[in-house]
Design a protein around this ligand. Structure first.
Ligand SMILES: NC(=O)c1ccc[n+]([C@@H]2O[C@H](COP(=O)([O-])OP(=O)(O)OC[C@H]3O[C@@H](n4cnc5c(N)ncnc54)[C@H](O)[C@@H]3O)[C@@H](O)[C@H]2O)c1
Length: 440
């Protein structure tokens, strides 16, 4: 395999990980961001995001990596231009494509030619590729290729996900472009799905929407289990044994958050709506997810009555373990609701040091300090550090040893034995997590 000259536009969770992994695969990679603090940090040997293994991989492949603020430097140094800028939700629920369009404008200003292929790794609505193609043509960049190449990595396990993808999806307008992009991934040995640009764009949205649907589905099953006295851990395990269903994404909790599922589900719903189709199922998936976060408040009230004046500890603030990403984190919704109801909120997270400026939340230095004197604790994010706490010795330090386990991360029987009033999501109080033994 000959080394490709790759430029990555956007040094965020996707761009930085993809660029560094491509360098590890033997390519020359130039990464550009418009955020000077990120580029300065990278050039000074610091990694601006929390992603396990990333710092070591950058150090190992530093010679194959360049970090710059200048698109002209990137375009001169690269043939394949991977776009990994953010596509956040807009007020209407549609994806905000302003950063993507800005890249096209900037590219027109610095020039591009037949060597170049613009590879869209950002998650963009169906039809974006055709729109960008028209814009490239209108700006005289007719020779620049365009390929849709959605990314499926997950924060927290991003390097392993990039290096061991279930599939690589490549959508192109002309033969040759798809092959050049697919060739980058050949060493990974993953199946490559080559298709049209709109179909590739839809694969990404449909995949995220389906995973979000699985989460909302099992959350509703959990809620019904609570009413019926059934145990959702065992129900999910039993369902997952069916190969047609699969065990993944059947973990009930307080709902999905993060930078992808909420915005991508909303964008697909909006995309369908814009074309006149009412995507009823996704409307419910979103609603169930919103209600699921708020159900925790109901559980707290069950034990505490009014939460006004009560001190509530939130353990885990990031939207999931292994990342510092706070976009659409459940902790923000919970803290906001609790503060609105007059509770005192204290939070702790191993990597997140503040709740995005949410006024009135105290950040504790340790989980023990967060629990000390608390009237209740909510496990919001199942960081290993939180699961591994010496829970048995901590019940006495709380004003009321109430634990609402929003991720079903702890053993109910052990917690009850340790003196807690413990409640998970959809589980029986003394259920053993994931117990699926078959008895004669
Ligand atoms: N985060 C994930 O887990 C994940 C997974 C798959 C796909 N995606 C998609 O990938 C895209 C990027 O997501 P992310 O989480 O990495 O976002 P991010 O916000 O972490 O990173 C985006 C980066 O792009 C930079 N940027 C914006 N405009 C720029 C420009 N003109 N030139 C250079 N840099 C520019 C920003 O400063 C930022 O550093 C999104 O479309 C997202 O939906 C994300």
């Amino acid at each position: 395999m000959s080394a490709a000259r790759i430029g990555v536009i956007g040094a965020g969770y996707v761009g930085l990980v993809s660029g560094v992994c491509l360098a590890a695969l033997g390519h020359q990679v130039c990464i550009r961001d418009i955020d000077a603090s990120k580029i300065d940090a990278l050039n000074a040997g610091r990694v601006p995001i929390h992603e396990p293994g990333l710092a070591a991989l950058i150090a190992e492949h530093r010679d194959a990596l360049t970090f710059t603020l200048d698109l002209e430097i990137l375009v001169a140094a690269s043939d394949i231009l991977i776009v990994a800028v953010d596509t956040p939700p807009s007020y209407s629920g549609d994806a905000d494509l302003s950063r993507v369009i800005a890249v096209v404008d900037e590219l027109a200003a610095v020039g591009g030619d037949a060597r170049h292929i613009l590879v869209m790794k950002s998650t963009v609505p169906v039809g974006t590729g055709e729109r960008v193609r028209r814009q490239l043509n209108a700006r005289g960049l007719t020779e620049v290729g365009y390929v849709a190449n959605p990314e499926f990595l997950k924060e927290g396990s991003a390097i392993a996900d990039f290096m061991h993808p279930d599939r690589v999806v490549v959508g192109a307008f002309r033969g040759g472009d798809a092959e050049r992009v697919a060739a980058l991934y050949t060493p990974l040995g993953a199946p490559v799905l080559t298709t049209t640009v709109p179909t590739a764009e839809m694969v990404k949205y449909a995949s995220n929407a389906f995973l979000a649907t699985k989460i909302s589905f099992i959350n509703e099953i959990a809620n019904v289990c609570e009413e019926m006295g059934a145990d959702v851990s065992v129900v999910a395990a039993g369902m997952g044994m069916d190969a047609r269903i699969g065990a993944a994404f059947l973990r009930p909790g307080i709902g999905f958050g993060g930078s992808c599922f909420p915005k991508d589900v909303a964008a697909l719903k909006q995309l369908a709506g814009n074309s006149g189709y009412h995507f009823q199922l996704l409307t419910s998936v979103i609603e169930v997810n919103e209600l699921q976060k708020r159900r925790v408040i109901g559980k707290l009230k069950k034990y505490l009555g009014d939460v006004r004046g009560r001190r509530i500890a939130l353990l885990g603030l990031a939207f999931k373990p292994g990342t510092d990403d706070m976009r659409e984190a459940a902790s923000l919704v919970l803290a906001g609701r609790l503060l609105a109801e007059g509770a005192q909120v204290v939070g702790w997270d191993p990597v997140v040091g503040d709740l995005q400026g949410l006024v009135g939340v105290e950040i504790a230095a340790t989980p023990q300090a967060a629990l000390a004197g608390a009237d209740a604790c909510v496990i919001v994010t199942e960081w290993p550090e939180i699961v591994a706490l010496e829970w048995a010795g901590l019940a006495d330090t709380m004003a009321n040893p109430v634990v609402i386990d929003g991720r079903n991360a702890l053993d109910p029987a052990q917690m009850t034995r340790a003196g807690y009033r413990y409640e998970g999501i959809g589980r029986l109080p003394d259920a053993v997590p994931g117990a699926v033994e078959t008895k004669e």
